[in-house]
Design a protein around this ligand. Structure first.
Ligand code: NAD
Length: 487
């Protein structure tokens, strides 16, 4: 593959081509990033923050331009591109500028049981970071780890999704416009081969994408013992309890399941509703979906599905569900072209034998399951190989918090959905096949550093009692054990 071709999924038209970076070009980019690292890491945090401030100004000042490119390449609504891509990056920049200095400052540590020491931890940038990202939020997902890595003192080489390369180029454009020093942020275009060359050359890989690709990324990185952060897919559950505000929950379900045509890692992909309110909730969801449509060059709340392969996954999940007894309440088909659209779809009579309840669908389908009560809902919500996000809906906030803490996910919301990613101080990440490591939050900045533990001897005795020859023989070990265990 010498070129990647970008299409507008609303129309199917080609909108641009870019040359693919081969392995030599990737190595050269990483070489330039290594050189740039020598100076970037030595900048004080306030000096790095000055660069980030200019980047934020550039992004906000030209936000419509950035959103326009995203819209052309993904077909999503302009407002959604601002909300879920551009604003997320601006929020992360703001967070890094305001909090980065404090979060990266040395941390004092207790020196017990070695009182002669002063102990502290310094956070050092890990080096050159390779960012590999997907197409669904094509600016936000590569740019957020880039910003956090820059704040931490790393330099970055980004490989955007080969499905959305033109948006990937915006990272180059924004960082150039903000006057970041040469080599601090670079973009290499391509698919798997370019990604693999990047993994081989960098000091840390920040990967966002599917679990299947993550396995390849992690095993490739294992060859050089390069650390990886993995932000992967999900099968997020929404649980509606009998005391929920059903109007709000129904609206939330439709938005959380259909936003970006369901192509969001934290989409609501399955809904469990307790028996007492199931019928009422279903009627409200059905009514909410009345006004929704997909298709056409400009119209429709539900944007396009990114490409045919994704449409085929959606169709095969629906076919499997219907074959096993699911009922299509509305929707359930592709929309005739041009472009790739799928009808907003409501599904009932679903169960956990169906792919639609177990595998990531990434489409505008809301499968709703009736459950006898709260405990059954929890058990089913936790019956998943994924563990990214989830939500519980109840007017009793104490009950909601307790349920939330028993849900096996990295992030969870009570009476809301998809909001966690919009809060830059909250770490974002999953468990199980949803990945490991965090983006966002203090953990997200420190993920691009290694902790250097420093012990400084501050009471200069002639010797320590455990040096040769040992003082106190066997008793010394016993005394130290008591001190370490504080008793
Ligand atoms: P993908 O795994 O197909 O591709 C992701 C990236 O990996 C792309 O840039 C691709 O070119 C690259 N790649 C492919 N093969 C590679 C290889 N062998 N070595 C190195 N790089 C390689 O994912 P996608 O289809 O672009 O995105 C959809 C997936 O991303 C979904 O599973 C979704 O849930 C997940 N996702 C997760 C998050 C999160 O934050 N947890 C956010 C958005 C999307």
């Amino acid at each position: 593959m010498d070129e990647i071709i970008s299409h507008n999924p609303r129309t199917g038209e080609e909108i641009g081509r870019l040359p693919v970076a081969n392995a030599d070009e990737v190595r050269a980019a990483v070489g330039r990033a290594r050189k740039a690292f020598e100076e970037w890491r030595d900048l004080s945090f306030p000096d790095r923050a000055e660069h980030l401030k200019r980047l934020k100004k550039e992004l906000i000042g030209n936000s419509d331009h950035y959103a326009d490119v995203i819209v052309r390449e993904t077909g999503k609504h302009h407002s959604d591109a601002l909300l879920a891509d551009v604003a997320q990056v601006a929020g992360t920049l703001d967070y890094a500028i305001r909090k980065g200095g404090k979060l990266l400052a040395p941390r004092k540590a207790s020196s017990w049981p070695m009182p002669m020491l002063r102990a502290y931890v310094e956070y050092h940038p890990i080096g050159v970071v390779g960012v590999i990202s997907p197409w669904n939020y094509p600016l936000g997902l590569p740019f957020i780890p880039t910003v956090l890595a820059l704040a931490a003192g790393c330099t970055v080489v980004v490989k955007p999704s080969d499905v959305t390369p033109l948006t990937g180029e915006l990272i180059r454009e924004a960082t150039d416009a903000a006057g970041l020093p040469p080599g601090v942020v670079q973009v290499v275009q391509g698919g798997a081969a370019t990604g693999q060359a990047l993994i081989d050359a960098v000091d840390l890989v920040s990967f966002t994408g599917s679990p299947a690709t993550a396995r390849k990324v992690a095993s490739r990185a294992a060859e050089t013992l390069t650390p990886v952060l993995l932000e992967l897919g999900g099968k997020d559950a929404m649980v509606v309890l009998e005391d929920a505000d059903l109007d709000r929950a129904a609206r939330g379900a439709v938005w959380g399941g259909m936003f970006n045509a369901g192509q969001t890692c934290i989409s609501i992909e399955r809904v469990y509703v307790v028996d007492a309110v199931y019928d009422e909730f279903l009627a409200k969801v059905d009514a909410q979906m009345d006004g929704l449509s997909a298709g056409g060059p400009d119209k429709g709340d539900i944007g396009p599905i990114i490409f045919d392969r994704q449409l085929e996954i959606i169709e095969s999940h629906l076919e499997d569900a219907v074959g096993k007894g699911a009922t299509v309440v509305r929707g359930g088909s592709r929309v005739a072209g041009p472009g790739s659209f799928y009808e907003p779809t409501l599904l009932t009579d679903v169960d956990h034998t169906m792919e639609i309840m177990r595998e990531e669908t990434f489409g505008p389908i809301l499968p709703i399951m009736r459950v006898p009560g709260e405990e059954a809902a929890l058990e089913l919500a936790n019956d998943s190989k994924f563990g990214l996000h989830g939500s519980v809906w109840t007017k009793d906030l104490a009950r909601g918090r307790s349920f939330a803490s028993r849900l096996n996910t990295g992030t969870v919301a009570v009476n809301n959905c998809l909001v966690n990613f919009g809060v830059p101080d909250l770490p974002f990440g999953g468990i199980r096949e949803s990945g490991y490591g965090s983006s966002n939050g203090p953990e997200g900045i420190r993920a691009f550093t290694y902790p250097k533990a420093v012990a400084v001897n501050r009471i200069a005795l002639k010797r320590e009692p455990w040096w040769f020859p040992r003082i106190g023989g066997k008793r010394l070990g016993k005394v130290f054990l008591r001190l370490a265990g504080r008793g």
